[in-house]
Design a protein around this ligand. Sequence first.
Ligand code: ADP
Length: 256
Amino acid sequence: IKTSPLRSNNQSTVASGWIISIQDNTKVRKLEKMRTEFVSNVTHELKTPITSIRGFIETLKNGAINNKDVSMRFLDIIDIEAERLHELINDILVLSEIENKQSDTDLERVELNSIIEGVFEIMQNIANDKNIVLINNSSEKVFIKANRNRMKQMILNLVDNAVKYNVPSGSVTVSAENAGGKVIICVKDTGIGIPSQHIPRIFERFYRVDKGRSRNMGGTGLGLSIVKHIVNLYNGIIKVNSEVGKGTEFIIQLPC
Ligand code: ADP
């Protein structure tokens, strides 16, 4: 609020009054709240495996190390927890790299079927363990100008979830098609499905439908958030169709 002196011609007319400046900082406050929540989530997610690792090391030092079987079991758990930390840090780095970008770099002409096959190679052993079949249902070669690693990460995160939240002997079907000047990528599973009330929130950072279950399955809670950011980076859209007990389908539309 200011008082403002006014002068006209040579006469010295002085007026004073109020100028009220109103600023809508709802958006700023919302962003600040999101940032604080993110930091507190990251802290929690990092602390959990570190606490577990330190606990098992302590127990080993207190004598458990003398029992070979117990030691091996504890070392396996420490290994798994360390891997979880590694994945979490990787995902945080990817997210922070892409979230403020307006457009992507290192663009090239990418053929999506080769990317799908590359993702299947990575996922094959994990799928075999659950007897899940991976199917590439694309009928043609589909090209897009994009960053190859980014496309791979986007499809990998969806296929990883489709395997993780699947049932034994289920299937994961992936396809890439051209339709009406757009590229359509579809990842469909026969898994547990997502209850409809959770669907609007699954792209939020660290949002999990079933916290305990997802953590046990090794998820960081950032996979879909990364997918959504990549889709946004390419001005695309992502849709989800899901039915509990039947399966889930993610459909991505990207402009060619
Ligand atoms: P996470 O690392 O926990 O898998 P994501 O961001 O990838 O995190 O997914 C968020 C949540 O959405 C998951 O915890 C899970 O509850 C749900 N979800 C994601 N994909 C699927 C799917 N294909 N089937 C069932 N639930 C899924």
